[in-house]
Design a protein around this ligand. Structure first.
Ligand code: FES
Length: 356
């Protein structure tokens, strides 16, 4: 009996050790799917079969996993929406985008019982757990609530000084988008140090409100001694970041993650991309990366929002336009394929030297 017990222990420890060491994606199964009235859906993922008793890799609130369907080359990062110190399940909430190939595929195919390839959690956009500042202000736009909810989960389980507070603002278009309304309400009513404010920019009762720096100042007073963590679309992030800087908030107190790679111009044109002996049509794509992916040109891409730098390519000839001020800084003569559109035919190559 003792020998059997120790064998099982060694087996479990071996499996855990292997999972910790490998960067290979896990195969997880959709154990629950919830469809929301606004078209968004929530997937709960766990290991298949008896392996579900084993914990999944831990993560920091705010981190994400890359999901893909078996046999598909499409792979996208989605933030983990609920945090637990020892997770046995992951939760992601997805808004299917009209142009989002994987989000559309997941909407159609990720049903209960579907197996998905899931990477280890990663990402630098995390709660400032060791921050001495008095306040953390989390600002979400739409589906950008997911990493911030995980941060709130994590924050609620930590010790804080009596004067420390967490404020969460969630702006969506319609009240029907507040899919985590009940969870947030529970936090706000049970934790004195947590304040939650929900805003709808297109409310039908005439009470539409939008997040702005002046609204923050009116409700919070001075913005000193405050860390801001924001996840939203590019326009909202750019407006808020600029406003906070103008209000005197130091750049080191402003942290953000985009879930889009910038406003896509309505007409990106028809061009030809040449890369490593291949000729690829660019025909009104959202960015260079999507044209390369359509042509199945292998190019690493992780964040797709100008943060990780993996999609950096060398621009040998031609004109490009960047869709945003990226976090990752490329060296001269390079661009990030995920947030660049061509302004002419392009000749591209693998990156030379790039800096971050
Ligand atoms: S995929 Fe990360 S910067 Fe382009």
């Amino acid at each position: 009996m003792v020998a059997l017990g120790s064998s099982v222990f060694l087996l479990v420890r071996g499996v855990l050790y292997r999972h910790r060491r490998t960067a290979q994606p896990h195969t997880l199964v959709v154990c629950q799917r919830q469809n929301h009235g606004n078209g968004w859906f929530t997937l709960t993922l766990q290991r298949p079969g008896p392996l579900r008793m084993l914990p999944l890799p831990r993560f920091e609130g705010g981190q994400s996993v890359a999901l893909s369907l078996p046999g598909s080359h499409l792979r996208r990062h989605y933030s983990l929406a609920r945090w637990s110190k020892r997770p046995f399940q992951y939760e992601v909430s997805i808004k299917p985008e009209p142009q989002g190939k994987l989000s559309q595929l997941l909407a159609a195919q990720a049903l209960q019982g579907t197996r998905l390839q899931v990477s280890r959690p990663s990402g630098q956009f995390t709660l400032r757990t060791d921050s001495p500042t008095r306040r953390q202000v989390l600002i979400a736009g739409g589906i950008g609530i997911t990493p911030l909810l995980a941060m709130l989960d994590q924050w609620s389980r930590q010790r804080h000084r009596p004067d420390q507070e967490l404020h969460l603002y969630w702006q969506s278009r319609h009240p029907g988008d507040w899919i985590y309304h009940d969870v947030l309400n529970a936090y706000a009513t049970t934790m004195e140090s947590v304040r939650v404010r929900l805003l709808a920019s297109r409310a039908e009762d005439g009470k539409a409100t939008r997040i702005s720096v002046s609204l923050l100042q009116a409700q919070l007073g001075s913005l000193d001694d405050t860390q801001f963590l924001m996840c939203a679309g590019s326009q909202m992030l750019d407006n808020l970041s600029e406003g906070l800087l103008n209000a005197g908030v130091p750049a080191s107190h402003i942290h953000f993650e985009r879930f889009t790679s910038g406003a896509v111009p309505s007409d990106t044109g028809n061009w030809t991309l040449q890369i490593e002996g291949r000729t690829v049509p660019f025909a009104g794509h959202a960015h260079v990366l999507s044209a390369l992916e359509d042509a199945q040109v292998p190019l690493a891409a992780d964040c797709r929002t100008g943060t990780c730098g993996q999609c950096c390519v060398r621009v040998i000839s031609g004109q490009t336009r960047s869709l945003l001020e990226s976090e990752f800084k490329v060296s001269a003569g390079h661009c990030l394929a995920c947030c660049t559109v061509p302004l002419s035919d392009l000749q591209l190559g693998r990156p030379g030297h790039s800096t971050s």
